[in-house]
Ligand binder design. Sequence first.
Ligand code: ADP
Length: 498
Amino acid sequence: MPSNTSRRDLRVLFVTPEVHPLIKTGGLGDVSAALPAALRSLRVDVRILIPGYPKVLSGLKYKRKLANFSTLSQYPPSTLLSAKLPVNNSVSVPVFIIDCPGLYQRDGGPYSDTSAQDWPDNGLRFGLLSKIGAILASDASPLAWHPQVVHCNDWQSGLVPAYLNYHSGKKAASLMTIHNLAFQGIFPPGSVAQLGLPSDSFNMHGVEYYGNMSYLKAGLYYCDHISTVSPSYAEEIQSEPLGFGMQGLLSTRKENISGIINGIDTTEWDPAIDPLIPRTYTSKRLTTKDANKKALQLAMGLNVDPEIPLFGTISRLSHQKGCDILLQVAPELIKLPAQLVVLGNGMTEYEVEFANLSKTHPTKIAAYIGFSEKLSHLIEAGVDGFLMPSRFEPCGLNQMYSQRYGTPPVVHATGGLLDTVVDCPSALLTNDGNASGFLFKDMTADEFMKTIQRAVTAYDNKKVWRRLQKNGMAKDFSWRTSAVSYREIYLSLLASNE
Ligand code: ADP
């Protein structure tokens, strides 16, 4: 490892199970595209490693074969390919793809089949991602390019630091980023032998987690540094309930935990140039936003009414996202009066309940059950206020998209929502210059509804609402600041590794 590594030749392997626009189930997909691009703009030589799902193989052109891996524990044979991921007009990010037809060449999502059942061999699928990540991050790599830092993301890459721990040669320092601690990658104890890890790794000081094996716990235990995606979430996970059983381990490592808020892709999410919305606009031409409201109301079969407050949400439909309390307030919300648009998919019971609500109130509540990038842009541009009652939210992206689109969000005061939305004080309904939305503290339907009412009162005061919109639109949510913080962590890891 050269000493005094300059920023220019800092080499980082970014291991991830998803990357937008090739494959995405949530915020991690967005982060995995935007953060490496922002780091490359800072002249960090970051390269992505991802499984070769069908959409990854078909979405990347000009792939080159780099190496074969035919004898890795009990993993099926795989080939390492390389390609370039175009992120925007000026930046592309090199990608390594693990082509392993036995594990990845199948219809369905990255983690589950077409009927939302987890793939039964997920342990092997992401064991292989981690194993190859660890090989590339060590002197056992067949490549000429050797990263100094391996940046792991969520449980799917959690075994990288574990494999590296048992590698006796030279190896990169490791950073483990938690995007959502609720997903822990739990597998039966027998997996340890199957994955080629030594049996003595299966103990409390290793990969064992309450009698099973946890890929995330392994990563958090063996990595050199931990980060998560907002300062508030970094604190919250060190105690119950948001530690989800990992609070003990995390609090013993608190000196090694950083909270860095995610940025957003400000090119893709820019109301001034967004090709996915009918009318583009800026903070100086906010009346144009109304045309998008009309288009959304028409598209979703709602009453076309420029005056009525229109709220929207875009979400995985899950308990985490507070779908239960949104379902409770929806009948009250439309009495205000107001309208509601929901875009989401996920747990069947929520999908059915939102679909039923929209059938009962077709001109006031609209639900699109599915995943639609295009509709998500129209919702951000077309609604007046965005609802995000997440029980917990490591960072959250939509509250930032919303502020950028002049759509003040109503959010639960947790994690990244607390760190990125500034509450509009209810008494004055004026603001101190940076209020940009509405926060509620108690995770109850009652508090949520009261806060929506606060938002509607503010909406009725056009001057206050414009101020809120403009405050949100003026904020800098770009990746640059976050990327600088990640670069600082990489450099500090190098310094302590030397
Ligand atoms: P999480 O990663 O926990 O699901 P985030 O707010 O961090 O939540 O990121 C979710 C991302 O996925 C956002 O970009 C959001 O717009 C997008 N998204 C979620 N559900 C849908 C959907 N049904 N259609 C389109 N985009 C969606």
